[in-house]
Design a protein around this ligand. Structure first.
Ligand code: IP8
Length: 269
């Protein structure tokens, strides 16, 4: 039985976060090459990607994480319903870039966008995860953060890729590792980078340790690094190794996925 890794490509890594719908093609190409290495080394990968500037900016403007809002002043030229449709379409467009990068490395992959199979938000979202383990070995199943329907009065909400990776890590058979590939940092930092000083990397992070919970709430509708750490500890408790590494430095994502020594943050019990 091949081992399986759940890998998240952060939205802030694969897109220019503050410029609407801008893909970092060179980063995508490099990440796809590292993913290919994992497959060739006998490790199956379930890939989840974030939204970056294809999701957060519009979702923020139209307050989609809060669900249906009635009686407020217009939030822009679109209605909330139109914004839901546009963000879903934008996420499909980003997903198409991800799939294209995989195809260019001859990686066979299948995409399962959450608005077609998941409802409700947070770690207890509903949806059949069995589909993710039914793909033959060597095929990468891909999903992503999305706007999903909710069963309560919110009607819709944002399902983060960080909630998807937790549930996939816990519920799919044979998952040994959960790897978060991030942009702009080498892992979890003790304190904010100041001027040209990079900030101090925490190599082993315990649950109660303090860290720099950088969250660009003016841009992000989900939880930033704090959410990754929280979901990471929940995955660790079910016996999965959890690493947070830079997706911008050569080889680190592949090393993390393959269990090789790597610079980054490892969560420890
Ligand atoms: O970037 C957010 O997913 P995340 C999804 O994985 C949207 O938290 C549509 C903003």
């Amino acid at each position: 039985m091949r081992e399986r890794v759940v890998l998240k490509w952060g939205g802030g890594l694969i897109t220019e976060k503050s410029t609407m719908k801008t893909v970092r093609q060179d980063v995508l190409r490099d990440l796809a090459e590292q993913l290919e290495q994992c497959l060739l080394s006998g490790v199956d990968v379930v890939l989840v990607h974030g939204a970056g500037s294809f999701g957060h900016l519009k979702a923020k403007q139209y307050r989609l994480a809060e669900g249906r809002i009635t009686g407020s002043a217009p939030m822009g030229p679109l209605t909330q319903d139109e914004a839901v449709e546009e963000v879903r379409a934008d996420m499909l467009e980003l997903n198409a870039h991800v799939m294209q990068a995989l195809t260019e490395r001859d990686i066979s992959a299948v995409s399962l966008p959450p608005h077609t199979w998941a409802t409700n938000t947070g770690p207890a979202f509903e949806g059949d995860l069995a589909m993710f383990s039914q793909a033959p070995s060597g095929i990468v199943v891909v999903t992503h953060g999305d706007v999903v329907a909710c069963h309560d009065k919110r009607e819709f909400g944002i399902l983060s890729g960080d909630d998807l990776v937790l549930r996939l890590s816990k519920e799919l058979p044979d998952v040994t590792r959960l790897v978060f590939a991030m942009g702009g940092v080498e892992g979890v930092l003790e304190s904010m980078p100041i001027d040209d000083q990079p900030g101090v990397l925490i190599e082993a992070l315990t649950k109660n340790a303090m860290f720099d919970d950088e969250h660009m709430s003016e841009m992000d509708v989900t939880g930033g690094i704090g959410l990754k750490v929280q979901r990471g500890f929940a995955a660790l408790e079910s016996g999965v190794e959890v690493l947070l590494v830079s997706g911008e430095e050569p080889q680190r994502v592949a090393d993390a996925c393959l269990g090789n020594p790597v610079r980054g943050t490892r969560l420890v019990a």
